[in-house]
Design a protein around this ligand. Structure first.
Ligand SMILES: [Zn+2]
Length: 395
């Protein structure tokens, strides 16, 4: 039976990789990423599975028999100064489930899930479903000016083969991801795990506000074209219009950003998420109307662009239902059914194959931080729930 101490032993093998006093740094295509691959290959060998890397750099540990296989997993890369569990929890649960399951299962660690280095989140799963804009993506550069294609090549993955990754999707019959809860949704339910019904819709707006640089002391208020004051009103306006959406102005760049100059130009990035895409569209329209009115009264120009958007993604109802039934029979209580507000590889795969997702209780909800934590007892229960659901004859 899957137990917490077995998970702890698997996790211990990753402890030396990219962990410092500020948290975990295992960015994609780095030496730390490569060291994680060595851990993955050891785990595969121990479980009697065949380790392979697909053309997108996704790591597979698969049974000797022919595909398609059911698979369990997550990712091993991290954000900068991240936590120990976001990603590795699902991979180590995958190996533990595969080692204990009566049916042959594969384990997958998706490449560059976080997108922390090249702003390419869920890179590996998007490559698998054929949804990467390959030429554009390979030109993306990190903070050191290194192109993604070059970084892949350094890590031993030929970027010219990337488009071929989509041929690997047919090896999968279905996929279940186990992941640390990045909210307190599961913790509030008092149950060790939750089942994700869908991923929320998301939209990112890029706002460009153009005013005029002026002396901060001598320019009367009525003559100013103050881009930063307009930005402040827009940030508050975006929040005030949010309703039940989760709205965050996450980044601001002001120019010239000097203490005695009225800001000439400000760029803002505003992120909105919610279960209902139509509600996000209505929010965007209200922001555009507010921006037009604000531009007129603040004597600035404001453009509002949709930088990215993704429709919500429902997970497989039969598979999620099986996970709920499995949880009820193992722990005697129904797990909460959740709309998840983060992006995940399982959500990308759900576009094409049966996929589902289980979240493990996180008492504080803290994630993407060295303070993120789960109880491995809870993770072991979640893994048992997945194992049982996958052993149902229909799978
Ligand atoms: Zn993650």
């Amino acid at each position: 039976m899957i137990a917490a101490d077995a998970l702890a032993r698997r996790l211990a093998g990753l402890e030396g990789i990219g962990i410092g006093s500020d948290g975990v740094d295992r960015l994609a295509w780095t030496a730390e990423d490569e060291a994680s691959r060595a851990w993955f290959e050891c785990q595969a060998a121990d479980a009697g599975l065949v380790a392979e890397r697909d053309p997108a750099g996704n790591l597979w540990a698969h049974p000797h028999g022919d595909p398609p296989w059911w698979a369990v997993g997550s990712h091993l890369d991290s954000v900068r100064r991240g936590g120990r569990f976001d990603g590795p929890l699902g991979v180590m649960c995958g190996f533990e489930i595969a080692a204990n399951s009566k049916r042959p299962l594969a384990v997958i660690s998706f490449a560059d899930e976080e997108g922390a280095r090249f702003n390419t989140p869920t890179f590996g799963s998007k490559a698998l479903v054929g949804r990467l804009d390959v030429p554009t993506v390979l030109e993306r550069r990190d903070d050191q000016g290194i192109a993604l294609g070059e970084a892949m090549r350094t890590a031993g993955v030929d970027p010219d083969g990337l488009a071929g990754a989509s041929g690997w999707l047919s090896k999968l019959a279905g996929f279940i991801e186990v992941h640390i809860d990045q909210s307190t949704d599961v913790a509030r339910s008092g149950v060790p795990l939750g089942v994700v019904n869908s991923l929320a819709s998301r939209m990112r707006l890029e706002v460009d506000i153009r005013g005029r640089a002026d002396h901060a002391g001598t320019t009367p208020r009525a003559e100013r074209h103050d881009a930063l004051a307009a930005a402040a009103r827009l940030i508050v306006g975006a929040e005030d219009a949010a309703g039940e959406l989760t709205v965050t102005t996450s980044r601001i760049v002001a120019e010239p950003n000097a203490p005695t100059t009225v800001a000439a130009r400000v760029r803002l990035w505003i992120d909105a998420r919610g279960p209902d895409g139509a509600r996000i569209d209505a929010w965007r329209e209200s922001i555009e109307a507010f921006a037009a009115e604000l531009a007129a009264r603040s004597r600035v120009e404001i453009s509002v662009l949709v930088a990215s958007r993704s429709a919500g993604q429902a997970f497989s109802k039969p598979l999620s239902g099986e996970l709920v039934r499995s949880a009820v029979s193992l722990i005697g209580r129904a797990p909460p059914e959740i709309v998840c507000f983060a992006g995940h590889d399982a959500g990308v795969l759900a576009e094409r194959i049966p996929a589902a997702m289980v979240l493990v209780r996180n008492a504080t909800g803290i994630s993407h931080s060295p303070d993120e934590a789960v109880e491995l007892e809870d993770a072991a229960i979640a893994a048992r729930v997945v194992q049982r659901a996958l052993e149902e004859p229909a799978r």
